[in-house]
Design a protein around this ligand. Structure first.
Ligand SMILES: Cc1cc2nc3c(=O)[nH]c(=O)nc-3n(C[C@H](O)[C@H](O)[C@H](O)COP(=O)(O)OP(=O)(O)OC[C@H]3O[C@@H](n4cnc5c(N)ncnc54)[C@H](O)[C@@H]3O)c2cc1C
Length: 374
């Protein structure tokens, strides 16, 4: 086991608009340091107050803002990493991201620690948006919310966040926070726009109109920073609020094409009935990334027996709708058995050759991501 948490140095080069950070730097600390210099580091996984830049790069983390700004990979300009044989490499130019070894730096992004141990990174920063506004829309049912997501994406606005929560998620958050969310709502969208103040006003008004046209029962635009923070708090506490519904949860992470979100959610709700589990759905709907969570009781053998078949049915639904096994959390050990189904033998063989080249003795994260060679 390798702990990198003390490699937490953060240096902001405001002229070059780059952050040079240790792999153990906490994501939220990098964001705060960038914002103190008037700059912006967009990737914002909901785990940002505890996740590290090394982990974010290893999993190519996303988050609500990634719909507009891209994922961690889009911000990696250079990496320092230790290879399996102990060689220390520095790949990427750390400047504009066009140098001859940038491709090698990107190869490590999303490799989940199976190719090298990342120790440092140079991350692209951008100008901090001057204004932001969040609008919440409550719908009677999930279908109306999902078709509103489609309308928004087709309307040419690119929100800086477009988050979906289903009825059970809303009720759980309300029970936890007591901030006045209607606990009988069928679905909720949180829609964030940012940029120049005039454009933000126009985009927020258009989003509110689109939500009303999509059948929203209630639309509320944040009036100030406190309102704004409360709305996002509702999204950020989802994981913890759900643990009060049932003692355990299997948090899933699939992606489907935007026009398939409604079909996918309908299929997940069917799976919930077939396997007799509450399965809640929330996620970054603007990029089709859904987090179905199976709520169960780990002490009950009846529950644990049905758990994996239910999870498999969700993975199968995502793949059948043209989606992916993982949107942002990665493959790890959980989804490893499904990799061959998702990628096919030829692509798996290519990845196995890359792994064998980097790590012939399988020292790095053995048993993760790739199935055994067949
Ligand atoms: C409540 C909650 C909310 C989450 N929300 C999101 C979200 O919105 N978006 C999202 O993308 N993810 C999310 N995640 C998943 C996870 O937090 C992120 O993927 C994060 O990037 C992991 O970072 P970490 O530092 O916690 O890594 P760890 O969990 O410690 O490690 C993750 C993997 O990366 C490898 N790794 C870690 N550091 C390095 C390194 N320096 N070099 C090589 N390999 C390394 C580890 O071996 C492991 O395989 C969430 C998780 C939780 C618990």
């Amino acid at each position: 086991m390798i702990g990198l948490n003390r490699m937490e140095q953060i240096t902001i080069d405001a002229t070059q608009m780059v952050a040079h950070v240790g792999a153990g730097a906490v994501t939220a600390d990098v964001q705060t340091a960038a914002e103190r210099a008037g700059l912006f580091y967009p990737p914002d996984p909901s785990s940002q107050t505890v996740s590290t830049i090394g982990g974010n790069i290893a999993c190519n983390a996303g988050g609500p803002r990634c719909l507009k700004y891209g994922v961690t990979a889009d911000y990696v300009l250079a990496l320092t990493a230790v290879l399996a044989d102990g060689t220390i490499v520095r790949w990427g130019d750390g400047l504009a991201g066009q140098g001859p070894t940038n491709g090698l730096a990107q190869l490590l992004v999303g490799s989940e620690g199976t190719l090298a141990v990342i120790t440092e990174a140079s991350l692209r920063l951008i100008a901090k948006p001057a204004a932001r506004r969040t609008t919440m829309a409550i719908f009677a049912d999930l279908d109306a919310a999902c078709s509103t997501v489609e309308r928004i994406m087709a309307a040419g606005i690119v929100p800086a966040g477009l988050e979906l929560m289903d009825d059970t998620t809303i009720a759980a958050v309300e029970a936890f926070l007591k901030i006045g969310l209607p606990s009988d709502a069928g679905a909720m969208l949180l829609m964030l726009v940012d940029g120049e103040p005039e454009q933000v006003d126009a985009d927020a008004a258009q989003l509110a109109d689109l939500a009303r046209a999509g059948g929203a029962l209630r639309v509320q635009t944040a009036r100030d920073a406190v309102d704004e923070a409360n709305l996002w708090k509702a999204r950020r506490v989802v994981s913890i609020a759900l643990t009060r519904v049932r003692p355990n949860r299997l948090g899933e992470d699939i992606s489907v094409p935007i026009p398939q979100i409604a079909a996918c959610v309908r299929r997940i709700k069917q799976i919930s009935l077939e396997y007799n589990f509450p399965i809640v759905v929330y996620g970054h709907a603007g990029d089709g990334n859904l987090h179905p969570n199976i709520l169960f009781d780990g002490r009950d053998p009846n529950d644990t027996e049905r758990l994996w078949p239910a999870a498999e049915a969700i993975f199968a639904a995502a793949l059948a709708l043209g989606g992916t096994l993982s949107g942002e959390h990665g493959i790890g050990t959980l989804k490893r058995p499904f990799m061959r189904h998702a990628l096919g033998d030829d692509l798996i063989a290519v990845q196995q050759r890359i792994k064998a080249h980097f790590d012939p003795q399988t020292l790095l994260n053995p048993g993760k991501v790739l199935p055994e060679a067949s």
